[in-house]
Design a protein around this ligand. Structure first.
Ligand SMILES: [Zn+2]
Length: 74
């Protein structure tokens, strides 16, 4: 095969299939695609980008739906 024919064949080849979406991140609503890492939490699936950027307080509030408390004395 001539190099020109090879270039033409590669040029015309179908693009690689887009990764299949498996789930949605419940925080940012971005697709979680096949092969990606994610966290399966009580609130739903969370992508690693969201979790990596979260403080523990944000995680408790956004994912675990916990509310911060103010200490009071009865
Ligand atoms: Zn996310």
């Amino acid at each position: 095969m001539s190099s020109l024919a090879k270039i033409e064949r590669d040029w015309l080849a179908a693009p690689e299939a887009a990764p299949r979406a498996v789930s949605l991140c419940c925080v940012c609503s971005e697709l979680i695609s096949e092969g990606e890492s994610y966290w399966d939490t009580a609130a739903g699936d969370v992508c690693c980008d969201c979790l990596d950027g979260m403080t523990a307080a944000a995680f408790l509030e956004d994912v675990c739906c916990e509310k911060i408390n103010i200490a009071t004395k009865d």
